[in-house]
Design a protein around this ligand. Structure first.
Ligand SMILES: *[C@@H]1O[C@H](CO)[C@@H](O)[C@H](O)[C@H]1NC(C)=O
Ligand SMILES: *[C@@H]1O[C@H](CO)[C@@H](O)[C@H](O)[C@H]1NC(C)=O
Ligand SMILES: *[C@@H]1O[C@H](CO)[C@@H](O)[C@H](O)[C@H]1NC(C)=O
Ligand SMILES: *[C@@H]1O[C@H](CO)[C@@H](O)[C@H](O)[C@H]1NC(C)=O
Ligand SMILES: *[C@@H]1O[C@H](CO)[C@@H](O)[C@H](O)[C@H]1NC(C)=O
Length: 413
């Protein structure tokens, strides 16, 4: 109403009412700043026919669900478009193609679920800044956007804001077709790691904002990817860093890196002892890396192998004893046989000895084990055999001796 009153007043005053009537219904037009504003008017589409002088269009807080190639006719001279908080869900092919002078596009606070691969294509690649903060509905939209960034030919893009999109991972090479990007904002997402190749192609990056994410540490691959960006500003504050020994590489990297880091804001979230401590300059002791990891592991391996060896030997011993026990009858038999064999040998030996040394028995042949000699055996054995021979007990029964001496042929010498 107010705008209308002003228009009527000006129209009457200057006799140029057509200037005011050009302003779309529900919008405010500012000739001095060359701006058209349509704020919270429940608009369902982008208003058509803005004044010819317009450079900036601000349409926020409406109910525009869809952006199509027809949305921006006759806006070829517009350079800035702000479409934040409009519940936009779909961007069709070549939605912004007529905006051949568009430098700044803000789509933040929408719910983009469908993004056509060529939605961002504009002849001549005029776009320099794209704000997609809190605008991607789900991960499908993220992959759609990746394709749109690739097909869009956004060679002139300098700033890209993807903050607050619940991003858990970045598709590899997502930014590889943005060769002139200077500033990349990925703050307030859910990123936990940086894969190799994530930032490939960003040869002119100057600022990378990774604050307010879910990083607990950075592994060797992630650090290499960050280091590859060179002497740029990297913001890593407000992440829930876990300051255990695993974060050692990251601590060392902070000292060595060419990048300019927000070291003041990079602080431990856990464990309690180092909670909120600044990460850079944390000692090995503070993060629990005192014992050199290699030696500790080697020591443990050695101990484990000793225990294992002990167990194996124990098992072998038990099996051996078990075999002996099960075979005890056979063993006993074997021992007795051995003993008897031994005895027989000695008997034979001694018998011959006695025959050889007794002149009265000279006529008896050596291989004749006659019973007459046996009477002397006992005495002779105990006197003349070496003490370490296998037979301790000499049988008294001469008949038995004779029998044994002759019976097993195997033990005859
Ligand atoms: C854009 O600007 C040019 C030159 O300033 C002008 O001739 C043309 O009419 C403008 N386009 C629109 C749609 O107002
Ligand atoms: C993008 O938009 C959000 C919300 O509208 C704003 O907070 C943020 O600063 C913008 N990003 C840039 C890089 O200007
Ligand atoms: C994202 O949302 C769209 C539209 O609701 C749906 O078709 C798609 O399956 C969703 N994707 C995921 C990964 O949830
Ligand atoms: C992060 O994003 C959520 C929504 O995605 C928002 O509510 C919150 O305010 C944001 N936080 C910061 C620090 O920007
Ligand atoms: C990192 O540098 C700080 C001082 O600049 C030093 O106290 C600390 O020992 C260094 N840490 C490592 C791991 O080199």
């Amino acid at each position: 109403m107010c705008t209308f009153a002003v228009c009527v007043f000006l129209g009457i005053l200057l006799f140029t009412p057509h200037q005011c009537l050009e302003c779309p219904l529900g919008c405010e037009c500012f000739a001095v700043t060359r701006t058209v504003k349509c704020v919270s008017k429940d608009l369902l589409t982008v208003p058509q026919s803005v004044p010819g002088y317009t450079k900036s269009v601000i349409i926020t807080g409406n109910n525009i669900h869809q952006i199509s190639p027809d949305s921006f006719t006759e806006m070829e001279n517009v350079t800035n478009i702000i479409l934040s908080n409009n519940r936009i869900t779909e961007m069709e092919s070549h939605s912004f193609s007529v905006l051949i002078n568009l430098r700044f596009l803000d789509l933040s606070g929408n719910q983009l679920a469908l993004i056509h691969p060529e939605a961002l294509s504009i002849p001549g690649s005029p776009l320099q800044e794209l704000n997609l903060s809190r605008s991607l509905y789900n991960f499908t939209a993220v992959t759609d956007l990746t394709t749109a960034l690739r097909w869009g030919g956004l060679r002139g893009l300098l700033r890209l804001d993807l903050s607050g999109n619940h991003l858990a991972l970045l598709p590899p090479g997502m930014f590889s077709h943005l060769p002139n990007l200077h500033q990349l904002f990925l703050t307030n997402n859910s990123l936990v790691t940086i894969y190799s190749g994530t930032f490939s192609g960003l040869n002119h990056l100057q600022v990378l904002d990774l604050t307010h994410n879910a990083f607990k540490t950075f592994g060797a691959d992630s650090l290499q990817e960050l280091e590859m960006l060179g002497n740029i500003r990297i913001l890593l504050g407000n992440n829930p860093f876990t300051c255990t020994c695993e974060i050692r590489d990251f601590v060392i990297w902070q000292n060595e890196s060419r990048a300019q880091l927000d070291v003041d804001a990079v602080r431990c979230a856990t464990p309690g002892v180092v909670s909120n401590a600044q990460l850079r300059g944390l000692s090995d002791q503070a993060i629990g890396c005192v014992v050199p990891v290699q030696a500790e592991v080697a020591d443990l391996t050695l101990q484990t192998s000793y225990v294992f060896l002990g167990l194996v030997l124990g098992c072998v011993g038990i099996v051996f004893l078990l075999v002996l026990y099960l075979n005890r009858k056979g063993m006993k038999k074997w021992i007795i046989e051995m003993r008897d064999a031994c005895r027989d040998v000695l008997e034979g030996y001694h018998y011959r000895y006695e025959i050889d040394s007794d002149p009265r028995l000279g006529h008896i042949p050596a291989d004749n084990s006659g019973s007459r000699a046996q009477g002397h055996l006992r005495l002779a054995l105990s006197q003349q055999l070496p003490t370490d021979t296998c037979i301790v007990q000499v049988p008294t029964d001469t008949q038995h001796v004779k029998q044994m001496t002759t019976s097993p042929p195997s033990v005859n010498l």
